[in-house]
Design a protein around this ligand. Structure first.
Ligand SMILES: [Zn+2]
Length: 359
């Protein structure tokens, strides 16, 4: 084994052991620093070539200067460029269709293959990310929640982040299942805890329960305040159909992310079918044939089910991607539930994770 790799390997395991033994924020900091350092030292250049493995990365938004409290999955442009440069130098970025073909034909993808995907169809994908990826000649996929693109609507959980963190209210009371739930929003830590609790409690509910909860939250803020706060966060704005068409014309793989960006599995079967077919029809009307790739909204086990999977297959999609935090092991993977690694705002942590996973 080359001496450089042995050195980085020994160091990374030692740091991982320290990170795992520390409380989560400290552990993340250790991983982040280690990844940044490894990026600078070009550690990823000496990763071994392992057959039959690939990583699919899931990005969300890119912005010039993210607000880390509110935009937790949004990368700064500087970090995005830094990450793409490491990918360009030390990995092989391939398209999702190429990975699917390798899996179907039982051949190994090129060593250290990475697939770049963007969920949620934010306008910043078109306005910022597309140019950076084109500059480096990297293929990529974007998954659109069709109804949000159609209406220019924001995602409810982005609204929760913006309103709770940056709204004027210092305390709110919501009524869930006839029970009053009070949230103290007097400090940034309490606001973060409230965002987490609201999102985690509502994310996997049937629409008939989630929607009234969200509408009650919206009703606590004036229309002017909501509009003002949304304006402060352009990274959460959806792209337009025109932008989607331009991406498709430029060769970007444009797939479906459902209709209204809700977790599918908890919904009634006819509702799930509607979410899938109406999304497909709307995409067809607005951009023509879209790619045969689907991305599960929320992508965790609670958002997926065997019935949903067979519906997606029945509709002719060639693969569906999830947010199960794993790399793809081509010999034993399910094309209807391909795992992806979420790219967080801390590029150091992403680089550290890639190193550990490809070792
Ligand atoms: Zn999504």
């Amino acid at each position: 084994m080359p001496i450089r790799r042995r050195l980085f390997e020994g160091l990374s395991w030692r740091l991982e052991a320290r990170a795992a033994a520390s409380p989560p924020p400290t552990g993340d900091r250790i991983r982040g620093c280690a990844g940044r350092m490894m990026g600078l030292a070009r550690a990823h250049d000496c990763l071994p070539d392992i057959e039959q493995q690939a990583a699919i990365l899931c990005f969300h938004g890119i912005t010039e200067r993210p607000d880390p409290e509110v935009e937790d999955n949004v990368l700064s442009l500087r970090n995005f460029r830094r990450l793409l440069d490491v990918l360009k130098r030390s990995f092989r970025v391939i398209g999702l269709a190429e990975l699917v073909a390798c899996i179907n034909e039982h051949r190994s993808p090129p060593p250290k293959s990475i697939v770049v995907t963007f969920d949620d169809g934010y306008a910043c994908c078109h306005e910022i990310a597309a140019g950076e990826l084109a500059l480096r000649r990297m293929p990529w996929s974007v998954f659109l929640p069709a109804h949000l693109i159609e209406t220019g609507g924001r995602q409810w959980l982005d609204d929760v982040r913006v309103l709770i963190h940056r709204g004027e209210r210092k305390r709110i009371v919501l009524h869930w299942d006839g029970r009053a739930v009070e949230f103290d929003l007097s400090t940034p830590e309490r606001r973060s805890a409230a965002v987490k609790q609201i999102i985690e409690t509502c994310r996997y509910l049937p629409e008939s329960q989630r929607r009234p909860r969200f509408e009650e939250l919206l009703s606590l803020f004036s229309e002017d305040e909501i509009a003002f706060l949304r304006d402060q966060y352009p990274s959460f704005a959806p792209m337009t159909w025109q932008q989607a068409r331009e991406l498709k014309l430029a060769g970007v793989d444009v797939g479906s992310h459902g209709l209204s960006h809700i977790a599918l599995a908890p919904q009634r079967p006819d509702f799930i079918r509607h979410e899938l077919t109406a999304a497909r029809d709307l995409l067809q009307q607005r951009i023509g044939d879209h790619s045969p790739h689907f991305s599960y909204p929320y992508g965790r086990p609670a958002a997926m089910s065997p019935d949903t999977e067979s519906l997606i297959r029945e509709m002719g999609y060639h693969c569906a991607v999830t947010l199960e935090q794993e790399i793809v092991r081509c010999e034993a993977c399910n094309l209807m539930a391909l795992p992806r690694l979420i790219v967080s705002a801390q590029v150091g942590r992403v680089l550290f994770g890639l190193w550990q996973r490809f070792l």
